[in-house]
Design a binder for this molecule. Structure first.
Ligand SMILES: NC(=O)c1ccc[n+]([C@@H]2O[C@H](COP(=O)([O-])OP(=O)(O)OC[C@H]3O[C@@H](n4cnc5c(N)ncnc54)[C@H](OP(=O)(O)O)[C@@H]3O)[C@@H](O)[C@H]2O)c1
Length: 289
């Protein structure tokens, strides 16, 4: 079995990856209590000692708000930490998968979907960190796949991390009796984490390169929230529980969708967003339509 080291091991993606592939790979998932990626020496020794075939580097501070407020900490983890992992991967002869983000396109003037060849113009610290990390590690290691993820969704599971995501966000708001205030001018790729996991091992067969990863989505965030409510069997309540916010992003739509044709052409295909939402709700017995 190939050995895989996955950083950020308690996180939303990594904790599911570890379980999903436990019979196919020998996986060691480490988070900052065991391997703080900011510690250059420790990262080098740990990785040289373990010598994994693959390293999947997911560890990051992924909160845009936190990164904007704490740019030094964000840089130390998201940029310097990633450089440490890349240097150690190179030294150990490991192949590296780096998880980047759609959010590198946050400040672009034109609308998405963006291709891998479009110039990114991040306007948040988190987006800037991820783009900088991509650039730096390309100089360090050739055996590198950079995967720019769209916004992932899934539902809580015991012993695994959960991220703020659209499906869980809607269900939480319903539980709390909150009105869901949502923009009709925002467009993002939305990917079901288990759809992504099902495809993930194919990444290791791709040419080393940068890829946009995830489902295609033609709908605004408002339309998607309505769709989730319909699938939950709550279409009668949409008017009451959803506020269509037409002012947010009215001057300029927020459209950070990724064009995923390149990875599709390599046979890595994802469900369309609505199908993916249906699958997620059905997997967790929430499809009450
Ligand atoms: N989820 C998405 O929608 C999405 C979309 C695009 C890209 N991405 C990227 O995909 C990756 C995985 O996302 P995710 O949602 O699984 O993120 P996540 O749940 O926040 O997982 C990241 C993990 O890294 C840990 N970490 C933070 N600082 C660290 C350090 N110094 N050393 C080692 N580990 C550290 C975090 O611990 P703490 O939580 O304790 O800080 C967390 O367990 C991230 O790189 C993220 O930027 C995610």
């Amino acid at each position: 079995m190939d050995k895989i080291l996955i950083t950020g091991g308690y996180g939303f993606f990594a904790s599911r990856f570890k379980e999903f592939y436990s019979s196919q790979y020998d996986i060691l998932a480490v988070d900052k209590d065991i391997l703080d990626i900011q510690n250059e020496k420790k990262v080098m020794n740990f990785i040289k000692n373990y010598k994994p075939e693959y390293i999947i580097h997911t560890a990051a501070i992924a909160s845009t708000g936190f990164c904007n407020e704490n740019p030094e900490i964000a840089h130390s983890v998201n940029v310097n930490g990633t450089v440490n992992v890349a240097k150690a991967a190179k030294e150990a002869g490991s192949k590296l998968v780096f998880i980047s983000t759609e959010q590198i396109f946050n400040g672009n003037k034109a609308r998405g979907p963006y291709t891998e060849d479009d110039k990114a113009n991040p306007d948040t610290v988190y987006g800037q960190n991820k783009l900088k990390a991509e650039e730096k590690i390309r100089e360090i290691i050739d055996e590198l796949w950079v995967l720019r993820f769209t916004w992932l969704f899934g539902l809580p599971e015991r012993g695994k991390g959960i991220n703020p995501n659209i499906v869980w966000g809607v269900i939480k708001s319903l539980q709390k009796g909150e009105v869901i205030d949502v923009s009709d001018n925002e467009y993002r790729g939305l990917t079901y984490v288990y759809d992504l996991l099902g495809q993930f091992s194919k990444i290791f067969d791709l040419p080393y390169d940068t890829y946009h990863v995830g489902s295609k989505n033609d709908y605004s965030r408002y339309e998607i929230v309505n769709f989730i409510l319909e699938e939950l069997g709550l279409e009668n309540r949409i008017e009451k529980v959803v506020n269509k916010n037409t002012e947010k992003y009215a001057k300029k739509a927020r459209d950070i969708r990724l064009n995923t044709d390149k990875i599709r052409e390599h046979g890595v295909k994802f469900l369309d967003t609505k199908e993916a939402i249906k699958k997620c709700l059905s997997d967790f017995n929430y499809n009450l339509k």
